[in-house]
Structures are given as C-alpha cells and as structure tokens.
Design a protein around this ligand. Structure first.
Ligand SMILES: Cc1cc2nc3c(=O)[nH]c(=O)nc-3n(C[C@H](O)[C@H](O)[C@H](O)COP(=O)(O)OP(=O)(O)OC[C@H]3O[C@@H](n4cnc5c(N)ncnc54)[C@H](O)[C@@H]3O)c2cc1C
Length: 379
C-alpha cells in the first residue's frame, strides 16, 4: 500500500496552497493531494469575485489578507506569467452616516495600516457616476484593494506543489478513513493508501470528511452566494471604477472584463453541493443594485453561485484537534480563501511541521487558539 507523510483532501485554493507551501518547506516529501472532481477549482475556488480587500472580513482575516500581499506582489519565479494583482480599489458605501459597518471598516484599516480614505458622497459619485445620491450618505475608499487572477494563483500553487513532488490526483474522492492510533488508512476508488496525517481541505464538505474520519465536526455552515454578469451602463468608461461594496453587506458590484459583476451578497444556508444560482437571488441582486445605482439591466449574461463556508466566529479553522493529533483542519475559508491563501498556507505548513505560527502572523496578533478547531467544540 502506498504510504504518505501527509494526505490532503481537496485541491481548491486551500489544499493547493497548503500543498505548495509543504513542498517548499521539504521538497520531495511524500504528500498526496486528492481531489474528488476531474479538475481542481470546480467548486468555490472557481466561483469567486476575485477581489483582494484587506478591509473585508474580521480581524483575523484582515491580518491574513494583509500578510498575503507580499507573496501576491512578488511570487516565486515561474509561479505565473501574469501579475497576480491588478489595481481596482474598493469604495465602501453606506446609506446612513456613522453606521457600525463603516466604523468596523475604519477600525480594520487602522489595525492593519491599510489606507481608507473618507470621501464625500459627491467625491464618491465622481468616481462612480451611476451611484444614486439618495442612498449614498457615507463612503470610504480603499485605494489599494486589487483584482486577483484567481486562476493564475490556483494554477501557480498546483504547479509549485507538483514541482515539489506532491502527488496530485483528480477524480479521487476520499470514500473512507480509519485511524489505527498512528496511521490513517484512506480509501479511494483506486484502492487504499496510508498516511501519517490527514488534512481536511474539503471546503463545504469539511464536516463530512471529519465525520468519515470519526473526528468531531466544527459546525461548518456552507452559505450560498450568487454572482452574475450584467451589461455595463451605456455611455460610461467603467474600466477604472473601483468595486462598490455596501458596507452593510447587501450588495456589491465591480467592473470585470468590460462587464459589471454583481452580487446580492447573499448568505443562504445550504448542504454541501454543486451550488447553482437561484432566480430569486438574481432578482434580489438586480433590485438592490438598482436601488443604489442607475444600472439598466436588459439581460443577465451569466450567473453562478458558490458555497462560502464559515464557522460561528467567521475565522478559518486551521490546526489539529487536541484529541485527534493525526487529523488537521484547513477549512472555513469563508469569503476570503483566495485573498488570504498565501499567508494561511504558511500558517498551515508551520502548524503542521512545528506546531507554531509563523512569527509575522503571531506578531500581528493572531494566536493558535484563534484558528484552532478546539474553539468550535465548546466546553
Ligand atoms: C460568489 C463568491 C464570491 C467570492 N469572492 C471572493 C473574493 O472576492 N475574494 C476571496 O478571497 N474569496 C472569495 N470567495 C471565497 C473563496 O472562493 C473561498 O473562500 C475559497 O475558494 C475556498 O476554497 P476551498 O479550497 O476551501 O474550497 P473549494 O474550492 O470548494 O475546494 C474544496 C475541494 O474539496 C473537494 N472535496 C470535497 N470532498 C472531497 C472528498 N471526499 N474527496 C476529495 N475531494 C473532496 C471538492 O471537490 C473541492 O474541489 C468567494 C466565493 C463565492 C462563492
């Protein structure tokens, strides 16, 4: 039976980035990266809005996103032929002055040293002239927010993992997992393999994989989010517009390849599945965007949905449960799995190999307990 040091289940951005960092740390070590689908990235990773905003997410997520920027700006040689980040900017807007949502964005900016420039409603409308004046009472610009090349980032990690000796297998669903006290026996359609550590990077299926392995689940909540492509408003050059995000979380839209990518920022609980856009959510999106902006919609050229998976505190779950040291969580990336991937993968590799956080992440105030699965189990 083939033996691996580490078996990672799921080759979305989570599994791929972790596999690459493990290969970097110890090239040639036996690592298996097993993906159920024919191509990695079929699920949530291939369905994102491709936005990098340090101010989007809770305090832990902000730190991990900020700590990922250096990698995106200067990836290892050969990682990608194209820049991974391109300028976009995010305009956070609010329909009331002094809202908690805007205060939280401002606090995140102060905590992470990220620029967040207060704009008057008039200045905001000069940047995005289709915004209606009525519901635009407050605006903050994050000028250094970026668009991400998600495909390039994901493929770069997969290439790097393979170059470092990781055994990437597609069409390889984990079917069963049993632990004899020191080693896992993992069953795949091609037969069983053995592994010293089992890493759960199964996205929306992470609780299912834990159940299969006899490990307590973390209360993962896959939440469906819808996105769609709309025609650009006639008569405007939209290319340099920032993304517009409602700070209260009821919609966002941004230019994307000459079109407008829009979302109602929905969070509908769902079992793990191949999520599809729902007609109702598409209608809600159009209604919310049109309440905020003058955007005629004649047709929806494409729509899709994906599952963003969270635990209660909305931080990722990374680390071994105290009672099951052979099992390692790398899940609950929520709506930030791409933008924080380089730093989170460094965190995962460091915890797996040394049981501690990388110094820069610890110095920024994130603790092992903030990420540990044990925080999800209650007393
Ligand atoms: C509409 C939308 C917009 C988003 N926008 C952004 C954004 O702007 N910026 C950002 O950073 N993030 C964004 N996200 C979130 C981001 O896409 C996710 O956080 C990230 O993709 C999660 O990656 P993952 O690897 O955990 O999950 P996935 O990509 O779902 O990968 C998990 C993989 O595990 C595999 N798997 C499951 N069970 C098994 C098994 N038993 N055996 C083998 N394989 C298995 C699955 O097939 C899947 O490929 C967005 C998400 C959505 C839906």
């Amino acid at each position: 039976m083939q033996e691996f040091d580490i078996a990672i289940i799921g080759a979305g951005i989570g599994g791929a980035s972790l596999a690459a960092m493990l290969a970097d740390a110890a090239p040639g070590r036996p690592v298996l990266l097993a993906e159920r689908e024919s191509f990695p990235g079929y699920h949530t990773t291939g369905r994102s809005a491709a936005l990098y905003s340090v101010l989007y997410g809770n305090a832990t997520v902000c730190v991990l996103t900020a700590a990922s920027r250096a990698f995106f700006n200067d990836p290892p040689p050969g990682f990608s032929e194209h820049p991974l980040l391109t300028p976009r900017g995010v305009l956070y807007v609010a329909a009331e002055v002094g809202s908690d949502a805007v205060r939280e964005v401002r606090e995140s900016a102060a905590r992470t040293g990220t620029r967040a420039l207060p704009l008057t409603p008039q200045e905001a409308r000069e940047m995005v002239p289709i915004l209606h004046p009525g519901p635009l009472r407050e605006a903050l610009l994050e000028p250094d927010a970026m668009d991400m090349d998600v495909h390039g980032i994901h493929q770069g990690f997969l290439r790097r993992a393979k170059a470092g000796g990781v055994d990437l297998r597609s069409d390889a669903p984990l079917l069963a997992a049993s632990w004899d006290g020191s080693t896992w026996t993992l069953t795949f359609p091609d037969g069983p393999v053995r592994a010293r550590k089992l890493v759960n990077a199964a996205g929306a299926w992470a609780d299912e994989v834990a159940r299969m392995a006899g490990v307590p689940t973390v209360g993962l909540m896959p939440l469906r989010r819808t996105a769609m492509m709309l025609d650009p408003p006639p008569g405007f050059d939209i290319h340099r517009w920032p993304a517009v995000i409602d700070a209260a979380g009821s919609f966002y839209f941004k230019p994307d390849a000459g079109m407008i990518l829009a979302s109602p920022a929905d969070e509908t609980p769902s079992p793990p599945c191949d999520a599809q856009a729902d007609e109702w959510d598409i209608a809600v999106c159009i209604d919310r965007v049109q309440n905020a902006a003058d955007l005629p919609v004649r047709r929806v050229s494409r729509s899709w949905a994906g599952l963003r998976s969270f635990v209660a505190d909305r931080s990722p779950v990374v680390g071994p449960p105290a009672l099951h040291p052979g099992f390692f969580w790398f899940a609950a990336q929520g709506g930030y799995g791409i933008q924080m991937a380089p730093a989170l993968a460094r965190v995962g590799a460091s915890l797996l190999d040394h049981g501690v956080l990388p110094p820069d992440i610890a110095d920024a105030g994130v603790t092992v307990a903030d990420l540990s699965p044990d925080r999800c189990y209650g007393d």
